[in-house]
Every structure is written in C-alpha cells, then in structure tokens.
Design a protein around this ligand. Sequence first.
Ligand code: NAD
Ligand code: UDP
Ligand code: UDP
Length: 319
Amino acid sequence: MPQSNYRRNRVLVTGGAGFLGSHLIDRLLDRGSEVLCVDNLFTGDKSNIDHLAGNPRFEFMRHDVCLPLFVEVDAIYNLACPASPIHYQHDPVQTTKTSVHGAINMLGLAKRLRVPIFQASTSEVYGDPSVHPQPESYWGNVNPIGIRSCYDEGKRCAETLFFDYHRQHGLDVKVARIFNTYGPRMNAADGRVVSNFIVQALQGEDITIYGDGSQTRSFCYVDDLVDGFLRFMDAGDDVHGPINIGNPNEFTIRQLAEKVIEKVGGSSKLIEKPLPQDDPMQRKPDISKARELLNWQPTVELDEGLDRTIAYFRKVVAG
Ligand code: NAD
Ligand code: UDP
Ligand code: UDP
C-alpha cells in the first residue's frame, strides 16, 4: 500500500521527557518541526523539557503508551521505555507491557495515519553476545527467563511487531539498535555506569566496579546518536533496518573508571562489587550498515564526550 506524501512536520516523540527523547526534541525543534511529546514520567523528568515551556511548536501530553493514543502527526519516534537495569527491573511486567503494548499502539497509530515510525531498539537484543563485534545479522544470545529478559525480550518482540506491520501493512518502519549512550541529562540516579562513575567521583565516593571490570562497552555521545536517528528517519522509505547506532570504540569498565577519576580528580578509589546476573561481557557495534545506508558515523570521542558530561554533572551535583 503506498505511503501518504507526509510532510514530517508535526512529530510525535514518545518517551520525550527522558534522556534521549529530550535531546531528540531539541534537534527536531531546531529543524523547524512541531513536536508532540508523550510521556508518563515514569523515569523521565519534566526538568528535561522545562526549557521548552512557552515554545509554541512544543506540546507535552502525559500519557502511558500502553493505552491507545489518537492524535494527528506526520512521523513517530517511539522511545518510551525504562532503559536502565535498575529502572526496567523495578517493575519487570510493566517493562514488557511498555515495549509490547506500546509498540502495538504506536504501530496502530502509524497504520491509521500512514506515517513512518522509528523504534528505539537496543543492543540488548544481542544479549550476552558470542559474536564480536555485533552485526545486525547476528540473532543474539538472550536468556528468556532472567532478570534482564523483561527488557531484552520486550524489545525483541517489539522488533517482531515492527517488521510484521511492515510486511503485513506496508508500514515504513525504522528500527535502530542503540548501543550504550551517555551525555548531559542522563538520570543521575538510574545506575548506569557513566553517570554512576562521574557522580561518585564528583562526590569523592568510591567508584563501584561490578565484577572485575574486564567487561566491555562502547559508548556513544548523545549528539552523535540523535544525528543517526534523524538520518534514519530522513532515509528513503526502502530503509527499514535494523541498523546499529553506536560508537564502535570499545573500553573495559575498568578503563572507563580510570578515565573518569583522571578527569574529575579527587580521592575516589576503585572497589569491586558483585557482577549482576546475565551482565553481558562484551559489546561493540558493527556500524557498516549505518555508514553505508545513512552515511553516519560518530564524531565525538569518549574523552571529549566525558568532559561535556562531567561539566553537566558538576552543575547537577552542586544543586
Ligand atoms: P529514559 O528512561 O531517560 O527515557 C525513557 C522515557 O520513557 C522516560 O521519559 C519515561 O518516563 C518514558 N516512559 C517509560 N515508560 C513509559 C510508558 N509506558 N508510557 C509513556 N512513557 C514512558 O531512557 P533513555 O536512555 O532516554 O532511553 C530512551 C529509549 O532508548 C528507550 O526505549 C531505551 O530502551 C532506548 N535505549 C537507550 C539506550 C541508552 O544507552 N540510553 C540504549 C539502548 C536503547
Ligand atoms: N491505535 C491507537 N491509535 C490509533 C489507531 C490505533 O492507539 O490512531 C491502537 C488501537 O487501539 C489498537 C492498536 O493501536 O489497539 C493496534 O491497531 P491496529 O489497527 O493494528 O489493530 P486493531 O485495532 O485492528 O486491533
Ligand atoms: N557497571 C559498573 N558499575 C556501576 C554501574 C554499572 O561496573 O556502578 C557495569 C555493569 O555491570 C555493566 C556496565 O557497567 O557491565 C554497563 O552498565 P549499564 O547499566 O550502564 O549498561 P548496560 O549493562 O545496560 O549495558
């Protein structure tokens, strides 16, 4: 079925009061779009979008994506979902519902409106990967019944729904697999490694390394990531993904801790805590597809991104 000739000017961002969503909204408004931000404020915070109050092209709606939503928009970015392990494990049933029911409702909306829809999927669909780095063709190594499964399997099921709506209803879907991302407006209390280490260092507390710190992650600065989202949505209606979006520069968690201490200074020591169950041992995106199909690659090195993020958290910690 042909897509409507969408203007892509009024854009829905679900999860828009969160870390990534709020940066995406800033960029969309800069480009002249109107933005409808839908968020139930479960993990997001109004402070992330406070600076947009009074902007006539910005609108906030408090709403849970598990419930149907009837609005008129030209494009949809579906980001609503708790993203950090402590938040998504807080109410795991709700996490799966948000991924699955949220996807169904937003896909139903996209189907009625005949508009493109972007899904914030995740590197977690690869689980604890046995292929390294991870290309999109890798099917993953996911425990279906562990403490991370509500998130991993919820996101995997959402991907299934996106591709079935594409095949069955001809929807223009854009599925991005996002790798670990950091930057200003990360939630200081959501336990993610970059925010934890920076806040601990700024407060002179011990830096908590889970396990021996030899596990790896590849950290993408938020501005680079959002640039990838926009390029994906702007790509032709024959580009559906999944496409990995992340920075392929890989670091051990111990290296990250040492870097943060070196930058922040102070007297923090590294201490080891138990490694959480099913914690992936290595993670690094193969971004050949993003390079080829979106002409995208990250530009901000970890050193520079950490400096910007530390500057942000200095203000947060100072109150
Ligand atoms: P975040 O927690 O800061 O933002 C998620 C937002 O979704 C929050 O504002 C929250 O209130 C909202 N939300 C949660 N459940 C909702 C519901 N049922 N209805 C409406 N709103 C709801 O997390 P983030 O880091 O900005 O992540 C955004 C998206 O990107 C998530 O889908 C996440 O899974 C995905 N992602 C993020 C990363 C990362 O490194 N940050 C990596 C992979 C994937
Ligand atoms: N939906 C929505 N907004 C819309 C259209 C649909 O929230 O503008 C919801 C609708 O409530 C349904 C879901 O999206 O539960 C899936 O819609 P679809 O049309 O695919 O399925 P159906 O309604 O036929 O079950
Ligand atoms: N981690 C850590 N100390 C912390 C927080 C996290 O060593 O204070 C580790 C965690 O065990 C994982 C990595 O850092 O191996 C990344 O954790 P995060 O929760 O940021 O992201 P994810 O595990 O979802 O990739």
